[in-house]
Design a binder for this molecule. Structure first.
Ligand code: MIG
Length: 817
């Protein structure tokens, strides 16, 4: 490895700067290393505002009341806690005023109105219970630690009981069954090309799980960026453990009682996804790689010629000059600005890939800037961290340094000026050819809380995409950036969408992708998708079409494929596949206002987009093992077809009334049914009482002015609410309340049906008319009265759907027999 000279003057500044760094507390080094030390007996309690401290004489435990449903637990083996710092939880706001500390013979008890945290005097066991004294989480042994002789600090452990019927969900992108019970996992972000079922670890670290036991859910978020481990009753049937190779034992207990509450509460501490630009909800076409320019244009033109809607087109690594980030290959792309603007005129947004590795090349401006400003990661002995990736020998920015993030963010100026609309961050686990990733001894600034790669590895990708997102946001002024990342840590949803990485074109991967997207959704990552069709390998027309069908209901919809495979666009397999693919992509576009409204609910309230069946009916234990069906938002239930040649399949419908989306038949849920699955449909059901807004099909978002919005109204004989969110779709004006949030409330009887609308927000869409399509009316109306006026112009079509039009500003419409 070449030695990199260091400017002595600069180095001096760094040393002086040292005072500004935070230092971790060094353990008091005894003569013998500490081997598995457990908390002793708590003999003391102190309170400081919303913080409570308990000690066994040496070790200290801190209990922080965060909200009425969230309590944080921390352990300091020698009584000194680390500085408050977390990339996942940017600001720990105290959102509770009412809490108490109680002491009796048996325990100390910290209580909010919703939960209690018990610290048992006999053995320092920590447990949690709800306001009805139902115990939800309990230590099986006291928190413990073991000295790490090679690196300093401790391995830290927490072991809780695991009840006989307890189920576990979450942990991000794990490639396994939805229910994690009986399994063990490790978190160490890994470039997992063609990963297999049960391969672990893969790309992301989301150390957050949800437990459901006796019908009650709670979550544990173990906020530790070191390599972390989870065991859900694998080693010992009756124990659930989590531990890490360093850092602090710090976790949040997050109460339910519903899984949805846990997810919402998790988002309160880690944040939600900002509103993406509306076009990002369209269809995206990607490939490794589309080049030269003529190829990109040919693909774009074919979409328009075939009349298959598409909004995003991607440039993979070959657009660059020798894979140097922020450069262009002038042979393939002689005038990128012209190409991008012409694509834009035809409705295509160009997204470009940017990797972290910067080629060591003194004639390359990015490398020169990074070198001059000391932005690249270094090894323990001050050598630069160098490794091989696509550009050849590379150095890597330390994205955990705020100055580096600012610099990196600024590098996108040129791309944005050329018209690039989005950025795709890949290889940010970080991936290095041959060795896999950086060696452990690489140093990171870690926002002033320095550490080695052991501490920064799992956070590296998230900080890269954060730098990317924040840079784009500054450069694009008030426009919403679009970003997509492969690696991430909890909180990455504040900066980016994700895709599940290098999957394979097999039916097994279609199944796995369906589970992974549900899992990511309930792990705090709402905007996620798979490589439709499978990245490596060759799908046939049937598999590709089934994948497009599932992708229609993935929060993020993108087809992608590796360079050594056959071309894979929606028309690549001929008929009948092309027409079916078109029909589903069109359906995607029709439902954009519904998806967008659902996304708003995520952004504002922390609801996920995809919701597994267990989230609807967690009380039923057999639902803990259902992993095919999910709802898309809370109104539409989807069950993708996941087997080759499948003619029909069993679908479970949660309790309630549902309409078959295709036949409009009304069905009672709470049971399994056998549903026909010809190639051109998948099982889709709409909850009775839903109002689903629909836009006209367009070839790309914003192609045409919207003249009217179709409201698909599904009759119910009970009160049901739906939401419809709209805004400009591309700025942050929604942060100033420039949006329109409409609430629909419907209710019906055998002889009447009422639709009411209320509105909030300062945005007014330009269309004037709603086109009502009412399904399932148990009567033929003789009269429709809208805000006191009689509507005479209505009709009932062949599907018995009642159609009429009325003003978008209506307040109340009553249909009577
Ligand atoms: O070493 O940029 O997961 O989506 O097409 C492979 C080329 C690097 C891996 C990504 C994939 C992308 C590919 N990349």
């Amino acid at each position: 490895m070449e030695e990199n000279p260091i400017d002595p003057e600069l180095e001096l500044n760094k040393i002086l700067d040292d005072d500004t760094f935070q230092h971790v507390n060094n353990p008091i080094v005894g003569i013998k290393p500490i081997i598995k030390k457990y908390l002793g007996i708590p003999n003391h309690a102190d309170q400081l505002g919303n913080k409570f401290f308990f000690t066994d004489g040496e070790a200290k435990v801190e209990i922080v009341v965060v909200t009425p449903e969230i309590i944080r637990v921390r352990l300091a083996p020698h009584g000194v806690f680390l500085d408050e710092f977390s990339y996942a939880v940017p600001k720990l706001e105290q959102k509770v005023t009412a809490f108490t500390l109680l002491e009796n013979e048996k325990e100390y008890r910290v209580s909010t109105n919703s939960i209690n945290c018990h610290i048992r005097k006999e053995d320092f066991f920590i447990s949690f219970s709800d306001s009805k004294d139902h115990v939800t989480s309990m230590d099986a042994v006291p928190m413990h630690w073991e000295e790490n002789v090679s690196f300093g600090g401790y391995y830290v452990f927490c072991t809780k009981t695991c009840a006989p019927e307890e189920s576990f969900f979450g942990l991000g992108d794990k490639a396994t069954e939805l229910n994690l019970r009986g399994k063990r996992f490790v978190n160490w972000n890994t470039d997992a090309y063609s990963f297999q079922w049960n391969q672990d670890p893969i790309y992301r670290t989301i150390p957050f799980y949800i437990s459901v036991n006796e019908g009650i859910a709670h979550g544990i978020f173990f906020d530790n960026t070191f390599k972390s481990h989870f065991d859900f009753g694998a080693e010992k049937k009756d124990q659930t453990s989590f531990w890490a190779d360093g850092g602090e034992l710090q976790y949040y207990y997050i109460h339910g009682p519903h899984m949805m509450d846990v997810v919402k509460n998790y988002h309160i501490i880690t944040g939600t996804h900002p509103m993406p630009p509306l076009w990002a909800f369209g269809y995206h076409q990607c490939r490794w790689s589309y080049y030269p320019e003529a190829k990109v244009r040919a693909i774009a033109n074919t979409f328009r010629k075939e009349q298959i809607p598409c909004d995003g087109i991607y440039l993979d690594i070959d657009y660059m000059d020798g894979y140097r980030c922020f450069t262009w290959n002038k042979k393939y792309f002689p005038d990128p600005k012209k190409m991008i603007s012409e694509l834009a005129a035809d409705g295509f947004k160009t997204v470009v890939i940017i990797d972290p590795g910067i080629r060591v090349d003194d004639n390359y401006w990015v490398f020169k800037e990074g070198k001059e400003n000391r932005h690249f990661c270094r090894r323990s002995d001050d050598y630069f961290m160098e490794g091989h990736v696509w550009p050849g020998r590379c150095q890597f920015p330390d994205f955990t340094n705020p100055d580096v993030r600012t610099w990196w963010g600024g590098l996108f100026k040129g791309l944005v000026e050329m018209g690039v609309a989005g950025v795709w961050n890949d290889m940010n686990e970080p991936a290095v050819f041959g060795t896999g990733t950086f060696p452990d001894d690489v140093r990171h600034q870690y926002d002033g809380h320095r550490g080695s790669h052991r501490k920064a590895h799992n956070i590296y990708g998230m900080q890269m995409v954060r730098a990317t997102y924040e840079g784009l946001r500054t450069i694009m002024k008030n426009k919403r950036p679009f970003t997509i990342t492969r690696a991430g840590y909890s909180g990455v949803q504040r900066y980016s969408s994700v895709w599940t990485g290098d999957n394979v074109a097999t039916w097994e991967h279609l199944k796995l992708g369906n589970i992974q997207l549900q899992r990511l959704s309930i792990s705090g990552i709402p905007f996620c998708g798979t490589d439709i069709g499978g990245f490596s390998g060759e799908p046939d027309g049937e598999l590709f079409t089934r994948w497009i069908q599932m992708g229609t209901f993935s929060p993020f919809m993108r087809a992608h494929s590796a360079g050594d495979t056959k071309e894979r666009e929606p028309w690549s397999f001929g008929e009948p596949y092309t027409s079916i693919n078109r029909k589903f992509i069109e359906l995607r576009y029709r439902l954009i206002p519904y998806l967008y409204s659902t996304f708003w609910e995520h952004h504002r309230y922390g609801f996920p987009i995809l919701r597994p069946v267990v989230m609807q009916e967690q009380e039923q234990h057999n639902n803990h093992f259902r992993q095919d069906e999910f709802t898309y938002g809370d109104k539409i239930l989807i069950c993708p077809v996941l087997e080759q040649g499948q003619k029909s399949r069993i679908v479970y419908l949660p309790a309630g009334k549902w309409y078959n989306f295709w036949t409009l038949e009304l069905i009672d849920g709470g049971k399994e049914l056998d549903v026909l699955t010809p190639l051109d449909t998948i099982p889709i059901f709409v909850k009775a009482g839903s109002v689903i807004p629909e836009y006209p099909v367009m070839q790309y978002v914003g192609e045409k002015e919207i003249e009217e919005v179709k409201l698909n109204v599904y009759f119910s004989d009970y009160l049901a609410n739906s939401f419809f969110f709209e805004d400009y779709g591309e700025t942050f004006a929604y942060e100033q309340d420039i949006y329109s949030e409409k609430k629909f409330a419907v209710n019906g009887t055998k002889t009447s049906f009422t639709i009411q609308q209320s509105m909030e927000g300062l945005y007014t869409p330009r269309y004037e008319i709603y086109n009502f399509n009412v399904t399932g009316l148990p009567f033929t109306p003789s009269k429709i009265i809208a805000d006191g006026k009689t509507i005479t112009d209505f009709s009932v079509n062949a599907d018995k759907v009642l159609e009429f039009k009325y003003s978008k500003n209506f307040k109340k419409i009553v249909l009577t027999k």
